[in-house]
Design a protein around this ligand. Structure first.
Ligand code: ATP
Ligand code: MG
Length: 704
């Protein structure tokens, strides 16, 4: 078996082989990025089928994201030791799809309430209906509710001593009831219903236990309690449970993931074999070194250092740019240069970012330059998201008062039912008088006085844009829509949603700032919208196999790419401003989510930085805009501290000091220079001549 793999170019190391050969009982692998955890699961699957003659359907592999599950299936299929039929017989799934399939098979017909959009709207309606005393933020509450449910706490047992507690309890209870009445399940329910089903239906559980004789879980560090319990139930008969993960890559704490499960696994399964993998096969040694240098500052971790086998390769590069526009420009130039030289294809590149809105400049530049890319985000253009769409609609109405699409798009912001109102307007507008069609709404029967006032206000506002630059108009709209809401927060711990909203609005204002007239700005948005639609169509039809991958760091977990760009390595972006808001953590709510202190929040952000850099196989480019939405932004502390002087090099010849130019004016890719290269005591940047900061060991020890 192993020889066959070798001929195929995979020669596993000893601990990896031991893991693949692991026969029965529980096993745990806690190991760093790129050390072959997923590979071990894939090879063990093949080994069980090819060598131990286990029927494929007796094997269950679970992982976190859809992309990771797809990847796993394709890795299994590509192994030469398995035939296609056997490979497709293995269940390799995400938790959610496993649960959904199970529930559907048992006659559950409920529709699924989508993650953010639908659930959010649903929740907001309910909040309005209940007329709560406090001003709550739906997103934060949803996260709290999720954390409660995923920790398998019952809503009925929540405390109700304070008004706030009573209100939240009422809200959560009503949400659950309402969902039930409308026959819907949300994502958390998928897991919980599965748990209940397995708990109550012994026959079913026994069947599944008999079926899944070998269970393997990837990315175990991000397992939440319900998932963990489901796994325990399924594995209870055979107890052939192999879990792999990396506590340094826990990045879903806000979803109730707990490092504890992986760190306490051996207590849960006494006698579990543990397998240590410490060689990184994915990345060049300088990339591995940078990953190690970043993550070493976390306190809450099992200490481990990754060794490298690959050569030093091309040193990671770094650039500090004036703005996100310049950053996007530099990234795109690099990609064009490298594809032009035939060095890499578009499909070899990935661009990773902390939040979707920080990728706006890049997405639009790629669209403008017509470069092929796949956006693994929510499939929405920046200007189409719920907070921005009504604002754009107002600007469009300014240009054309008879733009009915725009009228329709702004109705929700007036709390008016779209279909009825549109039908009414169409009807009234038959003569196509010069009157603003929106004015007809004043005669719409079910309207309350405050809504009528709002309509008049809006029309007045839109008319006032005649003398405005687009950025001013956006600012006025923003004031009219959101500023009051953004400023009236009495509740420190509830700023997450507001942070997100503010971020999106700042970005929109920054975008408008590049245009002199509203007309030009709208023409640009129209153009980008068309291009985005065309790009999405190609994506849907799978025409773009060779395309640049764009995704959030969260989505990139478990994946790898030859060339990786990590954009937005600046304070406020990574670490994200929401994590930095210290007062948010000092004033704790009675119902806590997964992250309760500033230290915890920062450690989670640092893990994100670690996940990001460790996705790169051959080349890594980190960029840091010096201004972000008009404010100065320091270089990310994670990058700076990786080069901090207080970290001494080992001096054994295998480690090296690195040098980093942190000047804001050095607007080019700057290879992070290792000590070996420089051999000098102190240096100035060869490009911009400013003094460089001396740093830390960037080259990990080599494994021979
Ligand atoms: P992550 O923590 O990011 O999920 P991982 O531990 O799951 O990483 P893999 O994705 O399994 O790591 O492996 C990383 C890369 O190293 C893959 O390209 C894989 O093919 C390769 N690899 C793993 N083991 C070996 C080996 N023994 N020899 C050569 N290449 C290997
Ligand atoms: Mg993996």
């Amino acid at each position: 078996f192993f020889r066959a793999l070798e001929q195929y170019g995979i020669s596993l190391n000893r601990p990896q082989m031991a893991a693949v050969r692991h026969q029965t009982g529980a096993a745990l692998t806690l190991a760093g990025a790129g050390s072959g955890k997923t590979s071990v699961l894939v090879c063990r699957t093949a080994y069980l089928v090819a060598v131990r003659h286990v029927q494929p359907q007796h094997i269950l592999l679970m992982t976190f994201s859809k992309k990771a599950a797809d990847e796993m299936r394709s890795r299994i299929r590509s192994l030469p030791v398995l035939d296609a039929q056997a490979a497709s017989g293995v269940e390799a799934r995400t938790f959610h799809s496993f649960c959904l399939q199970l529930l559907r098979g048992r006659g559950y017909r409920q529709s699924i309430l989508g993650e953010t959009g639908q659930k959010h709207i649903f929740f907001k309606r309910l909040m309005r209906e209940l007329l709560l005393q406090n001003d709550y933020e739906p997103e934060t509450l949803l996260a709290q509710l999720s954390a409660i449910k995923l920790r398998m706490l019952s809503i009925s047992e929540l405390p109700e001593t304070t008004t706030e507690e009573r209100e939240l309890k009422l809200l959560f209870t009503r949400y659950e009831q309402w969902k039930k009445e409308l026959d819907k399940l949300d994502y958390d329910d998928l897991l919980l219903e599965t748990f209940r089903l397995l708990r109550d239906d012994e026959t079913l559980l026994a069947t599944l236990q008999r079926r899944f004789q070998y269970i393997m879980i990837d990315e175990f560090q991000d397992t939440n309690q319900v998932q963990y319990v489901i796994v325990q139930m399924l594995a209870d008969k055979h107890r052939n449970l192999m879990v792999v993960g990396d506590d340094d890559q826990t990045i879903y704490s806000f979803n109730g993931a707990k490092n504890d499960y992986i760190l306490n696994f051996e207590q849960q399964y006494p006698g579990a074999s543990t397998i240590v993998l410490d060689i990184n096969y994915r990345s060049t040694s300088t990339i591995v070194g940078l990953g190690n240098a970043i993550i070493q500052y976390n306190k809450q971790r099992k200490e481990k250092t990754l060794l490298a086998v690959k050569s030093k390769g091309i040193n990671p590069a770094y650039a500090r740019l004036k703005s996100t526009q310049d950053e996007a420009q530099l990234v795109v130039e690099k990609i064009i240069e490298q594809t032009g030289q035939g060095k890499w294809a578009f499909g070899d590149f990935a661009v990773l970012f902390r939040t979707a809105s920080s990728s706006r400049a890049l997405v639009e530049l790629l669209l403008t330059k017509q470069l092929p890319f796949i956006d693994y985000g929510d499939g929405q253009l920046f200007y189409d998201q719920w907070a921005i769409k009504p604002l754009v609609a107002h600007l469009r109405l300014f240009l054309d008062r008879r733009n009915f699409d725009a009228i329709e798009a702004l109705l929700p912001s007036l709390y008016i039912n779209r279909e009825q109102a549109m039908a009414f307007i169409w009807n009234q507008d038959k003569q196509r008088a010069k009157k603003w069609p929106l004015i007809h709404l004043l005669d719409f029967p079910q309207l309350k006085d405050f809504q009528k006032d709002k309509i008049k206000e809006r029309i007045k506002l839109i008319k006032s844009f005649a003398d405005s630059k687009p950025a001013d108009a956006v600012m006025q709209l923003r004031q009219a829509f959101y500023d009051q809401y953004l400023e009236t927060s009495k509740r420190h711990e509830m700023t997450e949603h507001k942070e997100g909203l503010k971020e999106v609005l700042d970005e929109f204002e920054a975008a408008a700032g590049s245009y002199d007239t509203i007309e030009a700005f709208m023409a640009y948005i129209d153009d980008i919208t068309d291009k985005y639609a065309a790009a999405s169509r190609e994506q849907k039809h799978g025409l773009n196999r060779n395309a640049i991958s764009l995704m959030s760091i969260h989505k990139s977990k478990g994946l790898e790419f030859p060339v990786v760009f990590v954009i937005g390595a600046s304070e406020g972006i990574l670490p994200h401003s929401s994590a930095l808001a210290a007062d948010k953590h000092s004033d704790r709510s009675s119902i806590q989510t997964g992250i309760d202190t500033l230290t915890e929040a920062l450690e989670e952000e640092r893990r994100l930085a670690y996940v990001a850099v460790t996705r790169a196989q051959e080349e890594l480019y980190i960029s840091s805009p010096a201004t972000y939405r008009g404010n100065p932004a320091e270089l990310s502390r994670f990058i700076r501290s990786a080069f901090s002087k207080d970290c001494e090099a080992d001096g054994d010849g295998e480690t090296a000091l690195a040098w980093l130019c942190t000047s804001d004016s050095c607007q080019v890719w700057q290879r992070i220079i290792t000590y070996e290269d420089s051999q000098a005591e102190a240096r100035s940047c060869p490009l911009c001549r400013s003094p460089m900061e001396q740093g830390t060991k960037l080259l990990p020890s080599k494994k021979n």
